[in-house]
Design a protein around this ligand. Structure first.
Ligand SMILES: Nc1nc2c(c(=O)[nH]1)N[C@H]1C(S)=C(S)[C@@H](COP(=O)(O)O)O[C@H]1N2
Ligand SMILES: [Mo]
Length: 508
């Protein structure tokens, strides 16, 4: 006769066996250099999230949204593992089926990821096999104890159970730790490659001259340092880049498809341009915007070399991790300096920002244009849809004229001379003027920083004699086409937020 393992021990067994399954999966994935089951499931969740959920995640967690996703997945797995453990103590096949089901989900998610093959199923399979074997072993029913001092511990006893639990937990921790160390080494080795300085081959005329006058206040540097530049993408881990075998293809509706290696790009004539990049998910007054000096090869030169055919409508690009986006062919030829960028602020592109190469297209939001970890550029029609389009975002993403108040950055300031200052942008059109309104007063012209490029933001500043009390500050920009940004508020979806940035301050 036997009795089942007590519930709370069964729950614990589920938890550690599930943990071991996950970490074995991570370890096998790291060793065989395929996507880890957790990241594969996470990426599938990202890809399948409805627009409201993505907006919610960006709003609530900002750029920590991926951490929140990982914590969410692990919490769900932990709860499920506890349930499977308890059920397995009654019917052991449930343990195998339960862990097996999660393994199946992990395996299917992994092989479905772009760039992964059947081998990507292996980590999930091995994790599930080991995890369910451990669970079956741990939830083996114990023999009924007969009263009496001579009762020897037979199949199950608490101490032995807890020892096993401890060992499995240690095993899971070690497997997880080794997996993370291997992943860390992989990322470090790509990062080392990004630190190789770019050759000093730029013509002086092809480098921007940024006069000190571009900065009329300090709080927001005119050029955003790489480490402070916002990062937005769907990638849970960085795609592997072997710089010696990497190349970008230009194909589709072209006369002569091109394939360019990193060395080819470095050998081509390059330019540097100051371009402000911004995200369509940037709320009015938000932080998902940055200005950098991008170095690269002009896209129109490459497209001219390839010979774009008359029926091509869209420049559709794909990243190494399978993300896609597209913009009108016209935007490559209407005079804007679209480029394949390989450098950012004097360095090779950082891994976070798309090493080895990315697209930068002035005047278009990142989600339709700025493919990082670039792999392919296809000239095609609008039948193909970029990643965000079927997810409820507009197919066209021209950047809207906008302005932001950065100073004062505290809600209380002292009475007397104060600066009101910020940035304004209307990439490709350029900023003509910025006006500030204090309470219900007249719109006042702000002083503008030097006009470095129509593609870059402009700093602005207004001296203010602040009087005690509560004040409402508003800003609006007018671009060089004469268009003043609209006061009407619109949410970020489907094509970018609008409205005036307003700041309330208390002057004491
Ligand atoms: N491969 C890849 N490239 C991508 C994205 C992505 O998810 N994957 N996101 C785009 C979006 S939405 C934006 S706003 C910009 C952000 O670039 P950054 O992270 O360098 O600031 O990258 C674009 N390029
Ligand atoms: Mo974005």
């Amino acid at each position: 006769m036997t009795t089942p393992v007590p519930r709370r021990f069964a729950a614990l067994a589920g938890l550690v066996a599930g943990g071991l399954a996950v970490t074995i999966g991570m370890l096998v994935a790291a060793i065989t250099e395929v996507v880890s089951p957790i990241d594969a499931v996470g990426s599938e969740v990202i890809d399948r999230s409805p627009r409201w959920l993505k907006e919610f995640a960006i709003r609530e967690f900002g750029t920590d949204d991926k951490l929140a996703l990982r914590i969410g997945i692990i919490s769900i797995l932990a709860i499920a593992a506890v349930g499977v453990g308890i059920a397995a103590a009654r019917r052991r096949w449930v343990g195998v089926a339960g862990i097996g089901l999660f393994g199946l989900v992990g395996a299917l998610a992994a092989v479905h990821r772009p760039g992964e093959g059947a081998g990507a199923a292996l980590p999930s399979i091995l994790g599930a096999v080991v995890g369910s074997a451990v669970l079956v072993r741990m939830t083996r029913p114990r023999p009924i104890e007969t009263p009496g001092p001579s009762q020897a511990p037979l199949g199950w006893d608490r101490r032995r159970f807890l020892t096993t639990t401890g060992l499995v937990a240690v095993g899971a921790t070690v497997a997880g730790g080794v997996a993370r160390a291997i992943e860390g080494r992989r990322v470090d080795s790509i990062r080392r490659a990004t630190r190789v300085p770019l050759p000093d081959t730029l013509e002086p005329t092809e480098s921007p001259d940024i006069p000190p006058g571009a900065e009329v206040f300090d709080e927001t540097p005119f050029v955003t340092p790489n480490d402070d530049f916002y990062r937005i993408d769907t990638a849970l881990s960085f795609p592997s880049v072997d710089i010696d075998s990497w190349s970008v293809e230009i194909n589709g509706k072209v006369d002569t498809p091109l394939r360019l290696t990193y060395a080819d790009l470095l050998a081509l004539p390059q330019v540097e341009r100051v371009v402000t990049l911004c995200c369509v998910s940037n709320e009015v007054g938000g932080e998902y915007i940055g200005n950098a000096v991008w170095r690269g090869v002009m896209l129109r030169d490459l497209l001219e070399q390839a010979g774009v055919q008359a029926d091509a409508e869209q420049v559709y690009s794909t990243s190494l991790d399978g993300w896609t986006c597209g913009f009108p062919v016209a935007a490559a030829f209407d005079g804007r300096d679209a480029m394949i960028a390989i450098g950012m602020n004097g360095e090779a592109l950082p891994l976070e920002h798309g090493y080895p190469a990315r697209l930068v297209v002035p005047g278009l939001y990142g989600y339709v244009s700025a493919t990082k970890w670039l792999s392919k550029i296809e000239l095609t029609t609008w039948d193909k849809e970029g990643y965000w389009v079927p997810r409820g975002w507009s197919a066209l993403g021209p950047i809207k004229t906008q302005s932001r108040i950065d100073v004062p950055y505290t809600s209380k300031v002292a009475a007397g001379k104060q600066a009101i200052a910020g940035v304004a942008w209307a990439q490709f059109r350029g900023i003509e003027k910025v006006e500030v309104r204090i309470d219900e007063g007249e719109w006042q012209l702000a002083t503008l920083g030097a006009d470095v490029s129509d593609d870059a933001w402009r700093q602005w500043l207004l001296e203010w004699d602040a009087t005690p009390g509560l004040h409402l500050l508003r800003v609006r920009a007018t671009d060089k086409s004469g268009e003043t940004q609209t006061e009407e508020t619109a949410p970020v979806a489907p094509d970018g937020a609008t409205g005036y940035h307003m700041v309330r301050v208390k002057v004491e």
